[in-house]
Design a protein around this ligand. Structure first.
Ligand code: ATP
Length: 354
């Protein structure tokens, strides 16, 4: 999949911009605060329904207006998203209204690498779950439906737990439902991670030649038990604290370097390198399953990796044949890292020049 044209209206500091990106590498240059990251953010929003930066969607609307619009055309689809300061969202898909962001997101598989991506390895489990679920969402159709059902039931049970309202019979019903969807979610994750693991090991080897990387799923409960039994044995604790303490919403991925948690074994530079390998691995696996590539958004690569790893990362991206949007302050910093010459865009004063 690749973006043939992109139009932004009143998004961040952009007024009206329209670009026709290259099918392969697009290098976005501009001084600090010019809008390079905002361009990536607009594309990311199509694939995730939200920004990767903190602050709600209102921060994305140009300060002088009350709505932004993003419109993009791919080979097979036209997609539009509009958000207003009053909270309304309009989604357009192929000249008709769409109701769910997930419909749009499925069509725009996006991988992001920014200076903050290393947090996947350093912070708590939720970023690792997001990383994992991006892949499961895109390669297994039933996952999203199961996840929505699971989180709805979880919300209802937690709200009853908080109010001490659930009788034992009622609670058993909730536990059965949670266990049903929770086991399905976990099997999908397990299957996905098993496949992804080969890609991660292969790519990690080319970036970190002396280290063996291993990934393992922690399901979110004691894996020697069924989810139903685990939920049942935590019922008293859950009643006391007012929330469900085990289940796939607590899952994590253990990422090990030579058998030790990567954050205790690798240097910061090596962690950043490993994150770039993880992102490439997901794109490569996605391509093998779906027969098409995802779009890579890479912010500030030169501050992330040393020159050799930048070159290696850029070569791997080219091998993937993916569409890439990569930012840098100047073109010189990156243009020699790619074998094909990139299409250059310069961002300045809320405008983008090719
Ligand atoms: N809602 C908004 N309305 C108008 N301008 C905004 C809004 N939100 C952010 N900006 C401005 O948009 C500009 C673009 O920021 P962005 O982070 O995209 O720049 P950048 O080129 O990536 O910078 P850097 O190289 O420093 O990372 C900033 O000057 C910022 O203050």
């Amino acid at each position: 999949m690749f973006i043939e044209s992109l139009n932004l209206s009143h998004f961040r500091n952009f007024k009206e911009v329209a670009i026709s990106p290259d099918r392969h590498i697009n290098l976005i240059t501009g001084s600090n605060g010019s809008g390079k990251t905002s361009l990536l953010e607009a594309i990311y929003l199509l694939g995730f329904g939200r920004s990767f930066r903190p602050g709600g969607f209102r921060q994305l609307i140009n300060e002088h207006t009350d709505q932004f619009t993003i419109f993009c055309r791919t080979a097979n689809h036209s997609i539009g998203v509009r958000r207003t300061t009053s909270g309304d969202q309009t989604l357009r898909l192929d000249n008709a209204n769409a109701t769910k962001m997930s419909e749009v997101a499925r069509l725009v598989p996006v991988q992001l690498l920014t200076p903050e991506s290393v947090d996947i390895l350093l912070e708590g489990p939720s970023l690792r779950r997001q990383f994992l679920d991006w892949g499961v969402f895109h390669v297994e159709h039933s996952f999203y439906k199961n996840w929505v059902s699971y989180t709805q039931i979880l919300k209802q049970r937690n709200s009853l737990l908080k109010q001490y309202l659930a009788s034992a019979t009622q609670d058993k019903y909730w536990l059965e439902q949670l266990a049903y969807y929770g086991e399905l979610i976990s099997v999908s994750r397990e299957n996905y991670l098993k496949e992804l693991s080969d890609y991660i090991q292969e790519l990690a080897k080319s970036f970190l030649s002396n280290v063996t990387i291993e990934v393992r799923l922690k399901k979110g409960w004691d894996s020697t038990q069924s989810l139903f039994s685990a939920l049942e044995s935590h019922t008293e604790k859950d009643k006391k604290y007012g929330f469900t303490s085990v289940g796939p919403h607590k899952a994590d991925i253990k990422i090990l370097a030579d058998g030790v948690d990567v954050k205790h074994r690798l240097s910061r530079g090596q962690l950043k390198t490993l994150v770039s390998a993880l992102k490439l691995a997901q794109g490569k696996h996605f391509q093998s399953v779906k027969g098409e590539s995802c779009v890579y958004l890479v912010d500030d690569l030169t501050s992330e990796l040393d020159a050799d790893n930048q070159r290696l990362f850029c070569q791997q991206l080219e091998k993937l044949n993916a569409q890439v949007f990569v930012t840098a302050i100047t073109g010189k910093q990156l243009s020699d890292k790619f074998q094909k010459s990139p299409k250059m865009f310069h961002v300045e004063h809320g405008a983008i020049n090719e």
